[in-house]
Design a protein around this ligand. Structure first.
Ligand SMILES: [Zn+2]
Ligand SMILES: [Zn+2]
Length: 166
């Protein structure tokens, strides 16, 4: 995934890059295309790339164990300087662009930000009802018969807290 910056004049340009997720190193659970929308601000001394990326992943819900699709978004900024400077090595996402390079290759950045965008917690929906602890019925699809008998109303407030924690 790259931008051939020598094709662009100084100024601001909107560039949209699309590539299959596995071609930038985002393997399962990612699937489909990675879409990166970049705003490129090019001047005589530097290029600033401001990127919004989006990719889809298939995850298993932590509560109901169903596979679901989720869009993952991230935002990052990359700066390329045309002159070498000591600041470069200290700062994150700042690179020196040597005169013989005509492309901004962002494959690794897209891969890294994609991996970072995977959440620790996966819920198919914020109010997923999960599985019945007794019979395993997916309560998103309907109630099971054991539900009402086993849950003593006294425990209901506690169960609500438990569900919130899950
Ligand atoms: Zn769920
Ligand atoms: Zn049940």
């Amino acid at each position: 995934m790259y931008i051939k910056y020598t094709n662009y004049s100084d100024g601001i340009h909107d560039i949209r890059l699309v590539k299959k997720s596995n071609e930038v190193g985002l393997e399962k659970p990612f699937w489909g295309n990675v879409i990166v929308e970049c705003k490129m601000d090019k001047s005589a001394s530097q290029i600033i790339l401001d990127c919004d990326m989006s990719v889809h992943g298939k995850f298993v819900c932590d509560r109901c164990n169903e596979l679901f699709d989720r869009e993952l978004k991230s935002h990052f900024q990359l700066t390329y300087l045309f002159t070498k400077s000591h600041a470069i090595s200290d700062e994150e996402n700042v690179f020196y662009l040597s005169p013989d390079v005509d492309k901004l290759v962002i494959t690794n950045d897209v891969r890294d930000y994609g991996l970072l965008s995977v959440p620790m917690k996966n819920l198919c929906s914020p109010d997923c009802k999960g599985l019945c602890p007794h019979c395993g019925t997916n309560l998103n699809y309907g109630q099971c018969s054991c539900e009402r008998e086993k849950i003593n109303p006294v425990w209901e407030p506690l169960l609500k807290i438990k569900n919130k924690l899950n």
